[in-house]
Design a protein around this ligand. Structure first.
Ligand SMILES: NC(=O)C1=CN([C@@H]2O[C@H](COP(=O)(O)OP(=O)(O)OC[C@H]3O[C@@H](n4cnc5c(N)ncnc54)[C@H](O)[C@@H]3O)[C@@H](O)[C@H]2O)C=CC1
Ligand SMILES: CC(=O)C(=O)O
Ligand SMILES: [Mg+2]
Length: 373
């Protein structure tokens, strides 16, 4: 199979879908790899390392899309990338389709086989190809929030950990999954006063044990939200209903009632955001203010630490990439229901139910769509 790796084109996105080590793995398995010129150069993976690993360097993204059987990316394809996909071609990347009707329409029109990292599952639960970036974004969310709380950034001028004689800032984390847990680790480490909300009692039990009294766990209800949000200095949005649009748990009314200079970081923005006032921002211009509350809603947070993130992401994606290359997409998915859970679009049909439901498409089961491939 020919595997193509275009350079990422989203604002300040320096991650890349394959490292030189990943290229070598595919070459050893008998495949050809083409990488866009300087695709990884910004994070220390230069052309020479890719060539030494066995890849061929190609000057244009258009040639990569025209030549490759499988495209490996990081971020969701931008409109001009979607238009270069063709029927039967495999796209393996993050998609986040539920909040993105335009991308969905373009992928449906492409006829390509589109497997989303974020909905691939694993035995025992969890999302193995989302988890590494959630670990990164969770840890970053506290860094970003602490920075935004500084006066010069529009914040109220509070130090997360306080100092002796001055109480620490109050951090409220909505959602105690991977993002929420990593955010809690950082916030607790900085000495903040941390509360974490989830609607899963088993999850709250695990967090209570893991943090051994260093944070408060609260069952997530609308009433708990009413009481806690208005009192918080920093709120982290970290909920997920896999593949679906995020529920709006923090309302515009809550934001109005928060103190001026408080900060909200909506990590769930890639699924549409869990604050009613959220809209996606970029690393170039990450924050905006609504009713005096600073909003940080960067949809590709891990892109800010692109070298760490590329290594973490490709550690997780690589075994799947090799399997798809070795068996072809159809057989690889028929052999592995967890990989098949990643199939969102195939041959113009939507094969992921939460996406079909929220965007008004007919849902076709992946097994049924694959039969026609
Ligand atoms: N902005 C960015 O750059 C990035 C965003 N993300 C996003 O962060 C979000 C969270 O991801 P993960 O932590 O990996 O998901 P996860 O599945 O590990 O955790 C989500 C948690 O939300 C909880 N939850 C669901 N509904 C809830 C409710 N009504 N109230 C309270 N808790 C609720 C679930 O019980 C679960 O514990 C996702 O939307 C993910 O795509 C992840 C990485 C990077
Ligand atoms: C998960 C995701 O959206 C990201 O890493 O950018
Ligand atoms: Mg994202």
């Amino acid at each position: 199979m020919i595997i193509g790796v275009p350079k990422e084109i989203k604002n300040h996105e320096y991650r890349i879908g394959l490292t030189p080590a990943g290229v070598k793995e595919l070459i050893v398995n008998g495949h050809d790899v083409i990488v866009e010129n300087n695709g990884g150069a910004a994070i220390g993976f230069d052309n020479e390392q890719y060539i030494n690993a066995g890849a061929k360097i190609i000057d244009s993204a258009a040639e990569i899309f025209a030549t490759a059987d499988m495209i490996i990316k990081v971020k969701e394809p931008q409109p001009n990338e979607c238009k270069m996909l063709r029927p039967g071609q495999i796209l393996f990347t993050y998609l986040h389709l539920a909040p993105d009707p335009q991308q969905t329409e373009l992928l449906v029109a492409s006829g390509a086989t589109c497997i989303a990292y974020e909905t691939v599952t694993q035995a025992g639960g969890g999302l193995p190809l989302l988890a590494p970036m959630s670990e990164v974004a969770g840890r970053m969310s506290i860094q970003a929030g602490a920075h935004a709380l500084e006066k010069a950034q529009g914040g109220l001028g509070a130090l997360l950990g306080g100092v002796p004689g001055v109480a620490p800032a109050k951090v409220l984390i909505v959602g105690g999954g991977v993002v929420g847990t990593q955010a809690a680790r950082m916030a607790v480490g900085m000495g903040a006063d941390v509360t974490i909300l989830d609607r899963s009692l088993p999850r709250l039990r695990q967090l209570d044990t893991e943090f051994n009294g260093r944070l408060k766990t609260v069952y997530s209800t609308a009433d708990a939200m009413d009481q806690l949000v208005v009192d918080a200095d920093l709120v982290i949005g970290a909920v997920l209903i896999p593949g679906a649009a995020a529920p709006k748990l923090v309302t515009a009314q809550h934001i109005k009632m928060m103190k001026k200079g408080a900060v909200v970081v909506d990590v769930a923005i890639d699924q549409g955001g869990c604050f009613e006032t959220s809209k996606a921002t970029t690393h170039q211009d990450p924050t905006y203010v609504v009713d005096g509350v600073v909003h940080y809603c960067v949809a590709n947070m891990p892109g800010g630490v692109a070298r760490t993130s590329t290594l973490a992401l490709t550690n997780a994606t690589m075994p799947f990439t090799v399997t798809i290359a070795n068996k072809g997409a159809k057989q690889a998915m028929l052999d592995d229901a967890h990989l098949m859970a990643g199939l969102n679009v195939l041959g113009g049909q939507i094969t992921y139910k939460p996406v079909a439901d929220v965007l008004g498409y007919e849902y076709v089961a992946p097994e049924q769509a694959l039969a026609a491939l």
